[in-house]
Design a protein around this ligand. Sequence first.
Ligand code: SF4
Length: 930
Amino acid sequence: MKTLEVNKTSQNGVHSNGVSSNGKSTAVKLAYIDNKPFEIKEGETILSFIRRHEGKDLVPTLCDAPNLEPFGSCRVCSVDVALQEDGAVKTQASCHTPVMQGSYIYPSSDRIQKLRKNIIELVLTDHPLDCLTCEVNNNCELQEVAAKVGVRTVRYPEGKNHLDRKKDLSHPYMTSDLSKCINCFRCVRACDEVQGQFVLSMAGRGFDSHIIKSSNSTFKESDCVSCGACAQACPTSAISDVFESKSIARAETTRTVCTYCGVGCNLEVATVGGKVKSIQAPYDAEVNEGHTCLKGRYAFSFYNHPDRLQTPFIRKNGELVPASWDEAYDYIVNELTRIKKDFGPDAIGGISSARCTNEENYLMQKFIRAVIGTNNIDACARVCHSPTAIGMQRTFGTGAATNSVVDLKFTDCIMVIGANPTDGHPVTGAKLKQFAMKKPSIVIDPRRTEMAKYATIHLQLRPGTNVAMLNMLLYYIIKEHLEDKDFIELRTEGYEDFKQSILKLDVDEMERITGVDRELARKAAILYASAKNAMSFHGLGVTEHSQGTFTVMLIADLAMITGNIGRRGVGVNPLRGQNNVQGTADMGCQPYQGAGYLDVTNPEMHKIYEDFYKAKLPLHVGLKIPQMYKAALDHKFKALWLMGEDVAQTDPNTHHVVAALKELDLLVVQEIFMTETAKLAHVVLPAASFLEKSGTFTNGERRIQRVQQVVEPLKGTKSDGQMIVDVMNRMGYAQADYDPKTLLEEIAKIVPFFAGVKWDELGENGKQWPVLPDGSDTEILHVDTFKRGKGKFAYHDFRESEELLQNGKSFPYIITTNRELEHYNAGTMTRRTKNAEILSEDVLMINPEDAAKHQITEGDMVCVESARGKIDVRARITDEVLPGILSSTFHFPEIRMNDITSSVSDSEAMCPEYKVVAVNIRKSKGKYKV
Ligand code: SF4
């Protein structure tokens, strides 16, 4: 091995001659590219070695892709390799061959260039040469490689080809023209390795090899989940989409963040003539690594849908009529001023939105607190993850994910509880599914979800019994002596009392309550506790219960008792429902904590806020959303400002919510569409969508990412932030125009964990809070100590839900709600895209035994009745649910699911119990479906 000058390797004090600054030998491993020495990195392939040192263009590839495992099928990346200088060379596919120390690599020898040219010529014998009319002309990898290797003519006869293959245009989004296929397997591998769906495969042999979808069907008939991973991976136009995402007509691209779920995928949005053409996933995005689900990639056409609101409306003589911005603002300011004067500031409140940016949420709470003078500010987190924030704050001191999704690479076991991530959080769901296919996993869920089908152990408990289930796991961990005694001793408090309470549990009773066999529970406890590193993920199946906060605290206890906190591959990781639900809470949109979670009733912190906002602020907590409704019905609460929430559809017990909204003197709604809630408003303000404004969203891993304006706001609309600023100024509070950069500067001064956040320094992948003043961020929380000092163990007894205690006898079935991949919440956006063609109806999942009992057959309408009301839903008979349990989605408001849900809520956070509703069923004629 030569120790000549080493190129491009002067790092960490290592001299380029392989001697460190302290004179010791550094034993740098080298290999040679065209006889020049370069340093090798551990585990590197020849291709990655060459690309790292000589750039990505030196070696062309076809079957290689940034987010796929090396495959070595096309051989275009072949290079010559000798084991010693002037030694015999051997041709090797560089993409999957590890680089060997001391080897001599010749990436562009004459021999290699001839070989590559020959390979491409052979590929072209079976490829149409209609480039000029091809969708990917000038952006085709085959075309690029052909040009690079110098193909001008094809020396081989045309022979038999596959040009007669029919195009598949069956699907609303996905397309294929397999005459363009070059058998590189990239689509097959993307479907397997990225999404884990296994829809695509290669059939036939030799020249007859061809891609098939499921068992040789069309995209539409197949099990495709429309994620578009195959289309993005395809190097030609063999698989593409209706937006022609790989067309060179993509004039301009802007990187932004998805508006749907809390995964926070980065999107690269292409525009032509000021209109969105298509969306792709950037490969360098740390969150989604070149992947999205069908919502992020394809469900964007709502943004310029004809239904978009483009003018303010004011209610006059009972009707909403178009108005100018001045008229709308005057109306709002006059009414707010009157109500404040007549009834005091606490008669007014605001509900902020996880759909909006951090900066807009910050402004909303500032407006309500500093301008109106009340703490009546809440947000939709109340109806989803508020128990997570409270539960984790009580146990750890911080109500946010302890780790990041990337930690899946470092964990040995996962526990997914009350979450259906392949539908609700699809990109993280795909990663969890991939994990579960290879390593131990536990799923705790009343439904046999897709994750449950892959899990090592599925604990299929009765809905509402999470506390009993987790207590059972904790019981067996203690009984089996699997606690991490050192961690408990050093890092926690309250353990002895906790342990005694757990050991007093009656396992017979827990088994009866949960419906889960004790032996299975014991095995799950052992699996989780004996893994070197174990991670938990939880969703709304944990929080939307009357014991939601206590369940979160027990999940945290489970992590602490096994020492699974404070390092890579462990922790408690809530899967956040909405895109910016984390940020909404961080910005202070809750009635008891201001921006940065400071207690608004603590005089010291109260003073900090008063000095900062230069305003007189209340020292008492405000109303949570359910309390606002109650106060409205009691005529004590007169005005509500709603930013981007359709509570009349999404909050439980619709009759109660609508009745409360109708009692208000003033209901202001900022919206992009005329939702059911907007129809009840006194003033409706037309808002800009996420593609039309800038700001930041914080994803479920505490990652603050830049949302960047892609297109001009639709005529007549304004950003939610600007509307609030306009009203603040009209009410006498000087606030600069909405600008994320300056607002982040303001936020950084009041939110301690945003101290070092600067718009210009967030970069492409954002930063995970806490961000220190020097700009460094934090991947893992509670490494040496918890935010509250010691982690606090707290025991909680199982309590049956009031809903079942009161109504269980008359309504013997339990219905639990869930989500489908294709739609998002009330479907306001996704139903205005072609997603509605893929999934057009909510269904009721019902066990075959129950269906038979009620003479219900597949597709029948079923009347589901609770103590609050009746709805009709179409039956889907499935053993995914156990007898006595029903499950339904709520994406299509016409079924009015929330007519039957209850007002029971979590005892601590007041998060509604959507997941346990006592009902009865019978076959119906569908008259309750509107
Ligand atoms: Fe958007 Fe979530 Fe899908 Fe990612 S997983 S593309 S954030 S909806």
